[in-house]
Design a protein around this ligand. Sequence first.
Ligand SMILES: Cc1ncc(COP(=O)(O)O)c(C=O)c1O
Length: 486
Amino acid sequence: MTLPAESVAALGQRVWEVVSGHVLGGRSELAVAAPGACAEAARLRREPLPDAPAADPLLLVDEVGRSLREGNAHPDHPDFLAFVPAPGTVTGVLASALAAGFAVPTGWSFTGAVSSAIESATVRWLVELLGLAPGTSGLFVSGGSTANLTALTAARDALVGTEARGATAYFSDQTHLSVPRALHVLGIGEERVRVLPSDAHRRLSPDDLRRRVAEDRRHGLRPFLVVANAGTTATGDVDPLPELAAFCREEGLWLHVDGAFGAPAALTGRGRALLAGLDEADSVSVDPHKWLFQPAGTGCVLLRDPVFLTRAFGVELPGYLEAGAPGGEGGEVDYLNWGVEQTREFRALRLWLSLKVFGADAFRAAVRRGLDTADDIASYIDSRAGLEVVTGPSLAVVTFRGLVPPARRSLPAPEDTDRMVDEVCRELRSEGRAMLTGVTVGGRRVFRLCVINPRVERAGLRAVVDRVAALWAARAASAERSEGIS
Ligand SMILES: Cc1ncc(COP(=O)(O)O)c(C=O)c1O
């Protein structure tokens, strides 16, 4: 399967034209998401296997580029404010191509001496950027879910062994779904997973934790793990890390901090203060594909003592691998011994190239911008009639609600206002105007904005909020009219 060199050059050029048309400023004039059901997706799902070669590969690239632009939502778009956006840098995209072009096997330092060294250096830089304890190390994985699974495996093996008989784990009800799922994979079933109700500030209460751990110990169980949030997905709140770290030390528990979304706030002075205690964790998850601006599929897991990765994942090398290794200089890491993958993507190159090209200060400034944008939009929401901030700004997340007009004779039922939040979000999306999601805070649906994209402009964001207010007001008025008729 080869192509003539001229065809490869033309194809490469066309791929770059399509990609650069999107990533170099071509995002803001695009609808943030396709309105309604995607007919193109339905067609693609049914396509038969192509036995014969394409008549025109250039056309194919054009077509798939157009489909991706028109049929997908765009998490890198400045008006994508839902979930955790993915505002990637162009260097991350280029590094993906560079890495794929060299078929680099980064699992083993003998054949991947340079790629393993780059990964080690990038991890060391990340540890420095986040202000973690010297000696902390880890590896790149596919994302926060895998990072959590990797860290929790190390914790289980370190403290309770693979059987994990009677082992119990603790975290708040604000914790990401990947944490209970990781425990399920590790054989720690629901009956031994303590999902503690969060406090009024949506944080894990150290007092509740202490009580529950003591109770479980009294019943002969083996508490081993606390998972804390450094930025919950819903509201960006941070668990009380210093208190939790002190408690875990006292009790001999492993503290894992899920900073998949929020940990990069520690690149700024303000964020570092909010995340005080992050450096006391036994393990931390952080997703460069979120607030460090890399392409999807770039996560990282960091352990204060990486020997626990080798204990959990280390394997005896079969002869065909063992035989090749020449003596290195020392310090080389065979990443196949630190995680579940042997043949691995060279994900680290994305962050490495981006840090080298732009410099760490550009990253600090971009993260600071997210924090500042959240402050600005929260003040704007509170200054506007008809809306009020519910939570935040916290790590670039703000939630808010629409108010019911004071002239209204009776208040709508809470279920009606819950429904209206989701309807407004759907309507905005169908206009192609912006992507927002509702979240549940204190039992009620509210609007949520996540503004980590440094390309978010204040004026554009205020216009989105104005549109939410207008759609909300229209719904509140029509709810009142229909109530009046009935
Ligand atoms: C706090 C947190 N943890 C874990 C994850 C899972 O990350 P991924 O989607 O990269 O697997 C997310 C995703 O948004 C998250 O916000």
